[in-house]
Design a protein around this ligand. Structure first.
Ligand SMILES: [Zn+2]
Length: 80
């Protein structure tokens, strides 16, 4: 159980709770009630939450960084 859970990407809260619903685990933010994907393995649920967290954070960071890219779209090729 080495996986650390990333903070909630929506409200930046570290107050996360792991719920188990039958055979599946799910990470739930206690502050804004955001839910991660349900997975049958806890490690997997944490991994998916972390992936989502990083994606959301990079998207919101990208929204700022993308502004120059709108003027020069060629900068974006090959980076996906
Ligand atoms: Zn949250």
């Amino acid at each position: 159980m080495a996986s650390a859970i990333e903070p909630c990407p929506f409200c930046l809260s570290g107050h996360l709770h792991i719920t188990q619903n039958g055979p599946s685990f799910c990470i739930v933010c206690q502050s804004c009630k955001s839910k991660g994907p349900h997975r049958n393995e806890l490690e997997n649920a944490i991994d998916q939450w972390n992936l989502t967290s990083r994606k959301v954070i990079s998207l919101s960071a990208g929204a700022i960084n993308n502004q120059p890219d709108l003027r020069s779209p060629s900068l974006r090729t090959g980076h996906h």
